[in-house]
Design a protein around this ligand. Structure first.
Ligand code: ATP
Ligand code: MG
Length: 311
């Protein structure tokens, strides 16, 4: 059932509070250690969060329909996280109510040989959402400043001319990403970026669960456990990335991820807040369109059984 108008206003208000809390507004002084992965904003009840999520999803469906009908803006949601932080589950739950025709998810893994033959923004550019759509990137070009930075041998395999690979390369990539995101924003794409912030201890617990529970075995690989050894390097890379690429037009949200129920609710809140800020409405019907609608009504009502046209 759709929430009442009063409840809708309450959800908007709460969504704004949640979105502001986790948005990185002062990137220069941002520190990852200031965000507690176990934070739940004092919300202790899973049940309460589930209700808020369900209502948020309901509202999102409505807002997305208007986004689609207006066909002016696109929304790009980028998800980055360490393994087992809950990206997949969050995307699944948060987008569960949205019309699949208005939404598409793209996952980016290690690049193919063809992708390595292009610049680092090429493969994601071909998957950007059209106007009226919500596009989700499950990992993204930001990996180019994360896994590639943590493992220099990956950079070595990118076939870049050697004189272009200097110690400035990460700063240059941040600049290129910021330029791309400004360009997209100026063309009507609204960008929001989520870092699901899981703790080292919670990742271990989730990995052990993936090993112990047969139904979760497929999610685990030895490589994931090995990657964990680079935790500190990853955290430093994430922090630097957020410091350089959280902008007013395309902000990062650092979402506590030790409690899945909270992560899902908080991400839904940010999306509701974002869509809400776009002033979405169904397009107004013009006089001509209204006349056509009336004519169509008359013609439909005048139809005779068997498909013969009435007079
Ligand atoms: P799951 O939760 O199922 O493990 P996943 O997103 O981790 O999902 P994987 O099959 O593990 O999926 O593949 C993603 C891997 O690809 C990650 O380790 C990521 O760092 C790596 N990757 C993504 N983009 C790049 C890139 N541009 N260069 C190198 N590696 C990349
Ligand atoms: Mg993985």
């Amino acid at each position: 059932m759709a929430p009442s108008d009063k409840r809708v206003r309450e959800i908007h208000k709460n969504s704004r509070v949640i979105a502001r809390r986790y948005r990185v507004d002062k990137p220069r002084s941002f520190r990852l250690k200031d965000i507690d992965p176990g934070d739940t904003m004092g919300l202790k009840l899973r049940k309460q969060a589930k209700e808020i999520l369900a209502e948020g999803v309901e509202l999102m469906r409505d807002l997305q329909e208007k986004l689609y009908a207006q066909d002016r803006r696109a929304v790009l949601l980028i998800f980055q996280a360490m393994d087992a932080a809950g990206k997949d589950g969050t995307i699944e739950h948060v987008m569960s109510g949205v019309n699949p025709q208005g939404c598409e998810v793209h996952s980016f893994k290690g690049p193919s040989a063809a992708e390595l033959d292009h610049d680092f923004l090429w493969r994601t550019n071909t998957k950007l959402p059209e106007r009226g759509r919500i596009g989700i990137f499950n990992r993204s070009y930001y990996e180019e400043t994360l896994v590639v930075r943590v493992h220099p041998e990956i950079l070595g395999a990118q076939k870049l001319p050697p004189d272009l690979v200097t110690k400035r390369i990460w700063k240059e990539r941040f600049e290129d990403i910021n330029a791309l995101e400004s360009y997209l924003t100026r063309n009507g794409t609204v960008i929001r970026k989520f870092f699901l912030h899981v703790s080292h201890a919670e990742q271990k617990a989730r990995f052990l669960a993936r090993i112990d529970e047969p139904a979760k075995n497929w999610k685990f690989s030895l490589a994931d456990a090995r990657e964990r050894r680079c935790w500190k390097d990853y955290m430093a890379a994430y922090e630097d990335m957020i410091r350089h690429t959280s902008t007013p037009e395309a902000p990062w949200y650092v979402i506590p991820a030790d409690n899945k129920w909270f992560t899902r609710m908080a991400v839904a809140a940010v999306i509701v807040d974002t869509l809400e800020s776009l002033d979405l409405a169904f397009p107004q019907v013009t006089k001509e369109q209204r006349r056509d609608l009336e004519r169509a009504r008359r013609e439909l009502l005048a139809e005779r059984k068997g498909g013969k046209k009435g007079r």
